[in-house]
Design a protein around this ligand. Sequence first.
Ligand SMILES: [Zn+2]
Ligand SMILES: [Zn+2]
Length: 281
Amino acid sequence: MKLLGGHVSVTGGVRNAPERARTVTCDCMQIFSKNQMQWASKPLDLEDAEQYKANMVAHDIRETVIHDSYLINLGSPDNALLKRSREAFLDEVVRAKHLGVRNLIFHPGAHMGAGEQAGLKRVADSLNWVRKESGSGNVRFVLENTAGQGTVLGHSFEQLAKVIGMLDDQKNVGICFDTCHGYVAGYDVRSSDGYEKTFDLLDEVLGIEMVRAMHINDSKGKQGSHLDRHEQIGKGFLGLECFGHFMNDDRWDGIPMVLETPEGEKGYEQELKTLRSLVVK
Ligand SMILES: [Zn+2]
Ligand SMILES: [Zn+2]
């Protein structure tokens, strides 16, 4: 069974997200646990967190994944920015813990001109620091593959594997595959043949069991364009045939597959209907 959902707003408190998700037929959801465009944020309201947990059950949302703030760059060569990023990421881990969220999804970072190897090493050092500071806990660090625009790291399976290889804690780590990012980074997930090859490669380089979440987005950019512009399902270069591959691949059963498409919650009901209709019974 596929676990489908979308990224939903936490306006008015995290407690409101499960109902919002259910209203547009999500079975799982992704949230930001705080304002993703601000460094400073109020500490998590514990009463809100408790209410959120009750609402997850009431609205039958099976799993929540958290996406970290867009400001965080765990690979920054600027020491002040790096420190800020690490502290903000630690806060993300603490919030995830309080909400009982297992999978924390994040973009590895950008090297900002310092070079790929230095950047990947810094990302791994950052994650090791956060893991140590946050204690044992079981919040999983889920690295998302990126579009690879500019100096952004994590656009190839090899880069993700390099970071993971440098982590002290090899148990609580995974990856999130974003269909749009994968395609514009150069992976042909569109053709049947390309799809098979992409995930054979992923299995070889990372291990298929590392995939803990997926972002299901169509793409405004062409293959290899490195353009990070999501499109509504069926309206971009990936198209419905491509999503048919994903919907009929039982390797993704039970893994949260969430939309991050431009219409947001307004578009999800129709898009989820489309995705569900692609399942060949
Ligand atoms: Zn992302
Ligand atoms: Zn994504």
